[in-house]
Every structure is written in structure tokens, then in C-alpha cells.
Design a protein around this ligand. Structure first.
Ligand SMILES: [Zn+2]
Length: 830
């Protein structure tokens, strides 16, 4: 129904704008000449309004527009933060009232003190900091580049804040400092913009580009926020957790097209147990404010309390929880890039998932379903603008509450009395002969602001519980954890040169969330299937890096007797370990493969993140390789060009068939085909080494008729489920592939494989452990995995095939299992 009163008001406002020049309107509302009337609008600069159908601003246009705003407005300062992976400038626009912009260093200093209450000597000083500080709010747009609308929206949001004179905007500007990031993935904005422009008016308009939108990580660019592998993550982490310490981080995303129109927190279960409940409540408060503002603006289809959870750590909006900050996510329904889409009632989601009954039925967390229809980029943009305004307005109105809570969370982390059952620190022991991994671990911690101390002389400590073990009851599969407690009374010597990470620091919860094994609760659906977590279930950082970092329960030496040095920056650990300072051209990480091997890494027509991460680890370790495309494999004669061909994890069908004909321009369709499979066989038979990761093992096993089967194939999740967890492997280190590693190591399993064979010619290099398989995360049906093959090798003709059932390079995080890859390659040379 049309509300005629609103229409009349809207028409008269339009009329007013039409007859009155903007400057005189401003005069009337503010009583003085509008000093910002010369500020260029995005439309005047771009020639179209951001969010218009079938328009897209690329990175050069976006950064140029922000450059204009910086010049024209005394409320906006634009800073260049560094270069992206493909060397585009990453920028932040800092937006606030003129007087705040003139005193940014002062406000940054206040934030740095509030972030570490040890720097606040007296209650008087605390009260003064809270009274004078501003709520710092970060808004980040389109980290996922096909979720493109927010990057366009950023220009409108900045313009509105730079030019408006109304009391609400003035209150926001006076009380908050906005860090607006038009995109933390500039390369992806251009990949999408270039592709979209090329596809406009063709049958492929609105399709996603047929490549990863981050050179290495694709969608996983938002899975890196504790590991800090990517340039973009490193740059923003410095801005957030070393410089500005935003109290609120709003990460703007889009989701699929057929569900709710907009998701906003509160989140779904399970919560991460290390997140302070006060943070979850503040997340909920902001989410409901956004939802209420959207509803009162007439938007339908807003969903809360469903789908997305806070369990996992390493995302743009989840990392803030472990820095005492509020992380907000929104997920708008997608159009087709910048092309409108039509969703019919039949297409709306009918199935029930994780707290959402369906997209058509009203429930308390989804009270006003959207009735289907046309969905435009403009709808997305308007909802995101309202959400950003709602967050900024709360941040302004409750400024002192946000600052107080932020300070109190840090203080709580420092002063929290440690229970006798809880560790006081984690130890990274010296002399592990894993120096690169130790350096990477310590450097990642320091870069995100965690305090790490080096022992300048030995200490005596007692260790805590080392291993969590799940015991399943067969009938219900509802597991309980049994803790194996090590001898906690005996004091043992820890050598100088080791590193200590104390829990008593502002980031206490971050230390726990990174060092503890995760214990994901058994969550089953009504039919007994596993209810999948939003992302992975376990990520314990030392285990991923292959570094055993035990919990310390007590230290014999008093604080004054200890000789400890706080590491000031990540270079210090590399100096300690006599490693190159950083992985640069001037001082590279040494190539771990001594021999000269010609390596090809398969890159198919379907963008594959596992392929991108494989290139990432090869580039990081300076191992030379070439990418091989479908055409190269179809051409054949592979043995003349390569000694080793590596297939990153990908389904066999995707490799063989690629993108379906007609779905994209012909150059992006088709896979290696039957001919390519036969050429790969020839390659192995004539002496080549084929290495397969996880999913791609299926191709070798089935197409080459190998005497191996994947025992997990076809199992229901009620019988076996392991969605991203760390498991234990037992290695045969008489085999050259495992020779440099211990006999028991952690490895990453993400809905991966497990093999069995009866053929004595299959050389088994690693098996999933016979006991205590799970180290961190969630494993349902442990019996199915126990003792099965995790890594095997077979000879075929003059060559051989190496099958990794798991992901040895998962997201560039699993440095503990990278030596298996290097050894598999090095052992191909005879
Ligand atoms: Zn996203």
C-alpha cells in the first residue's frame, strides 16, 4: 500500500531541491554559507550515481574520487596505506569533524592508551581519556570483490558525511572518527570491474569472473586475519591493531540471491567461548538497531540470529572480538554484479538452515519476508547506507559507553585472576629445528599486537594439560572431552632463546583462541546429520605451523629473577634465529628444494582457491614453478617440459570438464578432457611425478584405476564429519618424503579423504593416528578415520604418483606439513 502522506512530503522535498540551489538550501538550514558546497558528488565525478544499474566504478575511479574529497572537504583525510598483492594502492578515508581531523594524532594516542590499560596510570586519567576520546568506527567494503556494491556505496557514504549539515550528521562527525576502507582488496575491484564491463550486453552479463578475485586467496582473502599471509591483511592489521584500535568494525558483504534480503547480527550458535559476553551483547544491540532502522525505512526481508556464527577466529569481523572490539557483519542479497535480477516466489529459499526456517515464512528473527520481485544494486546500496548510518549514530550517541567498555575489556584481560587449572603462559621452545615456522608464528603474533617475550636465560616451569581427547558414545554420537593431564608438579628447565606468550595482556582472549585446541560442540540436525559450522572448526595456530607450544602452569623464578625481553617487532625473531629479515628480493627465504626440478602447478578454467594458496606457498618459499593450463595438458608431451606436475585439490569432474559450454565465453570453458587424462598418464609412465592434493586424488585413483579407495566417499555426515580440523598423523620417516619430520605430526583435514588398499605395492607414508586422532576442531565418527592412509606413493611405469589425502598447504597456514610437499618434489630427482 502507498502511504500518500509520505509521498506528498517526498514530492515537496523534491520540489524544494528543484527550485532552490543547494547553497541557499544549506544557508537556510544552517544559517550560514555552507562551506562544503563545492564538494563534488560521486555522480558529478563519475558521470553516474554509485549503485545505478549496469554501472561500475573501478579502483582508479574510486581512489581518484576519494582524492577529490580529500582536497575539497576539511572533514576528510585520505591516506595511502601501502600496496596490494598486485601493487594497487590500498587507502583509508578518515572522516570526522574538522576539529577532530586537525587532532588525529591526539585521538590515535587516546585509543592506544585505552587499548592497553597498563598505560593508564590513574582513574582520573582514564576518565579524562574517556571524556575526550572519540568512538573509532571502521567500515570496510567488498573484501569479497563480486560482492561489489559496497565498494560503490563507499563513495556515497563519504560524500554524505562530507557534505551534510543536519544535526544527526554533525553529531556523528563530532563524536566519532570513521575509518572508511573502500575495499581491502583493490585488485579484486578491478578484476570484477574489467570483467563486468567486458561482459555487459553479452549473454554473460552479470556472471562472476572466471578467475580468483584475489591473486592467491580468492574468497579466502577473508580467512587470513590471524595468519597474516596476505599483503592486504598485514596492512589493515597494522592500521587497526597497532595504530587506531577501532571500537567497532563493520564488514560489509553480500550473500546469495534467493534467501533473506539482508542479514545482520545477533549471530547464530555456537559462540566462541573466548569472546567476552559483553561483546556479544554489544554486537546484538548494534544489529537490532540496524534491523529496526531498515524496517522503519520500509525494507523487508531482514534476518537476524541465523546462518553466521562467531565460532571461527580469522575473519575481518571475527578477529576484532579478540582485540576487545565489536565486529559487525552484514550480508545483503546479491543482484547479478551491478545488473538487476528477478527473483520469483518459487525461487525463494524453502529449506531450513541454521536458524532460518525459510525465505517466505515470518518468524521472530525474520518478521517481514520479502515477497519476491526485482532486486537492484540500488536496493543493496540503500540498505548498506542505512546500516552504516545506524552504526555511526549509535557510536556517536553512546560514545563514552563504547570507550568505557573497550577499556574495561582490556583491563579485565590483564587483571583476570587465573584459576589454578588455567595456564599463565604458552611456550614456544627453542631448538625445534623448525626455525622458519617458529619465526612465522612469532611474527604473526607480534604483527597483530600480541606480546611475545624472549628468554635471555633459562627458566623452570611446570607444564599443563597437553591434549584434549574426544570420547564418543556410540549410540548418540554426543562426545565429551576427556583431558589428559600431564604431570603438572615437576619443574622442567626451558632453555634461553625460547619464547613466552603470557596470558596477562590486553589480548588475553586472542592468545587463548590461537593457542588452545578448539573443542567444537557436537551439533546435529533433527535428522541426526552434522550441522555444519559457518567456517572451519579448528585452527590452533602452533599446531598448524607444526610447532608444539605447551601451556605453562607456573614459573619457579619470581618476576624479578626472570630475564625476559619484549620483542618490539617481527624482525627481531628473524635476527634471533639468524634467518633473512623478511621474504624480499634482497633477502629471500631459501628454496627448500635443493635440486633443480621442473614443476608445473595445474590451473584450470574454474577459479580454485587451493590452486591459489599452492602458488602462494611456492612463491613464499621461492620454489620456481610454471602454471599449467587446460590447453597445455591437452597438448601433451608433458614429460619434455616437466619433472613434477601438481594437481591442487579439486574435484575430478571439474578438472576434466571445466566450466560448462555456454556458461561463459568459449575461452573459459572445458577442462583437460579425456585426452588430457591420457596425457597425464603418459607423463607418469614416461618417468614424471604426479602429486595430488585431497580432492584431485579422485582423478588419479579413478582415471588411472589405482588399487586404492577413499573410505570416506559417500558417507553421510551422521556417520562421519570433519569440517576443517587438525588431526594427528603417524609417519613412516624411513620414506624419503617423511624423512625430515617427527613420527607424529598435526595435519589439516577439511572434509578431506582417507585411503585404504590391499595392494602391497602402495607405499604408505602417513596414516591417520590410531588413537587421539583429533587435535583441534570437530570430528564425528573417529573410528572411520583411525589408521587409514593419509599419504601414499605408487610407482606407475617409469614414474610415480603421490597422493595426499589431506591439504598439506591449507590456506597457506599449515607450515607444519609443507616439508612433505618439498620432500615429495625433491625425491622425484634420482
Ligand atoms: Zn563475503
Amino acid at each position: 500500500m502507498i502511504n500518500y502522506r509520505l509521498v506528498v512530503i517526498a514530492l515537496s522535498v523534491l520540489l524544494l531541491f528543484a527550485v532552490m540551489p543547494l547553497s541557499s538550501l544549506a544557508q537556510r538550514t544552517t544559517g550560514r554559507v555552507n562551506p562544503t558546497s563545492t564538494i563534488p558528488s560521486p555522480k558529478s565525478f563519475l558521470g553516474f550515481a554509485p549503485g545505478d544499474d549496469r554501472t561500475i566504478a573501478d579502483w582508479n575511479q574510486i581512489t581518484s574520487y576519494f582524492g577529490q574529497l580529500d582536497k575539497a572537504s576539511d572533514r576528510v583525510v585520505v591516506q595511502s596505506l601501502g600496496l596490494s598483492t598486485l601493487k594497487r594502492p590500498l587507502i583509508v578515508a578518515i572522516i570526522s569533524a574538522r576539529e577532530n581531523i586537525l587532532a588525529l594524532d591526539k585521538y590515535k594516542g587516546i585509543q592506544q592508551q585505552l587499548a592497553d590499560p597498563r598505560k593508564v596510570a590513574t582513574p582520573l586519567l582514564r576518565d579524562r581519556l574517556i571524556a575526550t576520546g572519540k568512538t573509532v568506527v571502521a567500515v570496510s567494503c567488498s573484501i569479497h570483490s563480486t560482492e561489489i556494491v559496497a565498494s560503490q556505496m563507499s563513495m556515497q557514504l563519504a560524500y554524505d558525511l562530507a557534505s551534510a549539515q543536519d544535526p544527526d550528521t554533525r553529531e556523528i562527525l563530532q563524536n566519532t572518527i570513521l575509518l572508511l576502507i573502500p575495499s581491502p582488496n583493490p585488485d579484486g575491484v578491478d578484476i570484477v570491474a574489467n570483467w563486468y564491463r567486458k561482459s555487459l550486453g553479452t549473454p554473460y552479463e552479470g556472471r562472476e569472473p572466471p578467475e580468483l578475485y584475489h591473486n592467491y586467496a580468492g574468497h579466502d582473502d577473508n580467512r587470513d586475519w590471524f595468519m597474516l599471509n596476505l599483503k592486504e591483511t598485514q596492512i589493515i592489521t597494522r592500521l587497526f591493531w597497532q595504530d587506531w584500535f577501532p571500537e567497532i568494525v563493520y564488514d560489509v558483504h553480500q550473500q546469495g540471491s534467493n534467501g533473506s534480503r539482508f542479514f545482520i547480527p545477533p549471530f547464530y550458535d555456537p559462540p566462541n567461548p573466548n569472546i567476552n559476553p559483553l561483546l556479544l551483547r554489544q554486537v546484538g544491540l548494534i544489529g537490532h538497531k540496524v534491523a529496526a532502522d531498515l524496517q522503519s525505512s520500509g525494507f523487508q526481508g531482514v534476518l537476524t540470529d541465523a546462518l553466521y556464527d562467531t565460532w571461527w577466529h580469522g575473519g575481518f569481523r571475527t578477529a576484532p572480538y579478540f582485540h576487545n572490539s565489536i565486529g559487525i557483519l552484514s550480508e545483503a542479497a546479491s543482484a547479478r554484479l551491478m545488473t538487476p535480477s528477478t527473483v520469483t516466489a518459487d525461487q525463494l529459499t524453502r529449506s531450513s538452515t541454521r536458524g532460518m526456517r525459510n525465505a517466505t515464512e515470518a518468524t521472530t528473527n525474520f518478521p517481514d519476508p520479502w515477497p519476491a520481485g526485482t532486486w537492484r544494486p540500488r536496493n543493496i546500496m540503500d540498505m548498506e547506507l542505512i546500516a552504516a548510518r545506524a552504526i555511526l549514530s549509535l557510536a556517536a550517541k553512546y560514545r563514552t559507553t563504547y570507550l568505557q567498555n573497550f577499556y574495561e575489556l582490556g583491563r579485565h584481560n590483564i587483571e583476570q585472576p587465573t584459576k589454578p587449572t588455567e595456564p599463565i603462559a604458552y611456550l614456544i621452545p627453542a631448538g625445534l629445528s623448525r626455525d622458519e615456522a617458529v619465526a612465522k608464528l612469532v611474527a604473526s603474533l607480534i604483527a597483530q599486537g600480541v606480546e611475545v617475550f624472549r628468554l635471555d636465560s633459562e627458566l623452570h616451569v611446570s607444564y599443563g594439560p597437553q591434549i584434549l581427547q574426544r570420547t564418543n558414545t556410540v549410540s548418540e554420537k554426543l562426545g565429551t572431552y576427556r583431558t589428559i593431564v600431564a604431570n603438572t608438579t615437576a619443574m622442567q628447565e626451558v632453555p634461553a632463546g625460547s619464547y613466552l606468550v603470557f596470558l596477562s595482556q590486553p589480548q588475553r582472549t586472542n592468545v587463548l583462541a590461537l593457542f588452545e585446541p578448539q573443542n567444537y560442540p557436537n551439533r546435529l540436525t533433527g535428522t541426526g546429520e552434522a550441522e555444519r559450522p559457518y567456517d572451519v572448526a579448528g585452527w590452533t595456530l602452533p599446531l598448524q605451523l607444526g610447532v608444539e607450544a605447551p601451556a605453562i602452569m607456573s614459573i619457579r623464578e619470581t618476576p624479578t629473577e626472570r630475564k625476559l625481553t619484549l620483542l618490539k617487532n617481527e624482525n627481531e625473531v628473524r635476527t634471533d634465529l639468524a634467518l633473512p629479515l623478511r621474504n624480499s628480493e634482497a633477502s629471500p627465504i631459501r628454496n627448500p628444494i635443493k635440486a633443480s626440478v621442473r614443476i608445473g602447478i595445474y590451473k584450470g578454467s574454474i577459479g580454485n582457491m587451493d590452486e591459489g594458496w599452492t602458488r602462494y606457498v611456492f612463491d613464499t618459499f621461492n620454489v620456481p614453478y610454471s602454471s599449467i593450463k587446460d590447453g597445455d595438458i591437452k597438448q601433451g608431451n608433458l614429460a619434455s617440459k616437466f619433472d613434477v606436475i601438481l594437481l591442487p585439490s579439486q574435484r575430478s569432474r571439474e578438472i576434466i570438464e571445466g566450466n560448462a559450454a555456454g556458461s561463459l565465453p568459449a575461452e573459459y570453458t572445458g577442462g583437460i578432457g579425456e585426452g588430457g587424462v591420457s596425457n597425464l598418464k603418459d607423463f607418469v609412465n614416461s618417468g614424471g611425478t604426479l602429486i595430488c592434493f585431497d580432492g584431485s586424488c579422485e582423478l588419479a585413483i579413478k582415471q588411472f584405476n589405482l588399487p586404492i579407495k577413499n573410505v570416506l566417499e559417500g558417507l553421510r555426515s551422521s556417520d562421519f564429519y570433519c569440517p576443517g580440523s587438525i588431526v594427528s598423523l603417524e609417519l613412516d620417516n624411513k620414506n624419503p618424503i617423511a624423512t625430515t619430520l617427527p613420527t607424529n605430526i598435526p595435519a589439516y583435514f577439511i572434509n578431506s579423504s582417507a585411503f585404504a588398499t590391499t595392494d602391497a605395492n602402495v607405499r604408505v607414508i602417513a596414516r591417520y593416528a590410531k588413537d587421539n586422532v583429533l587435535r583441534s576442531g570437530w570430528l564425528l565418527g573417529e573410528d572411520t578415520l583411525r589408521g587409514q592412509i593419509a599419504l601414499a606413493e605408487l610407482s606407475q611405469g617409469k614414474g610415480r604418483i603421490v597422493l595426499f589425502a589431506f591439504r598439506p598447504q591449507h590456506r597457506g597456514q599449515t607450515w607444519g606439513t609443507l616439508p612433505l610437499i618439498w620432500n615429495a618434489i625433491a625425491s622425484s630427482v634420482r
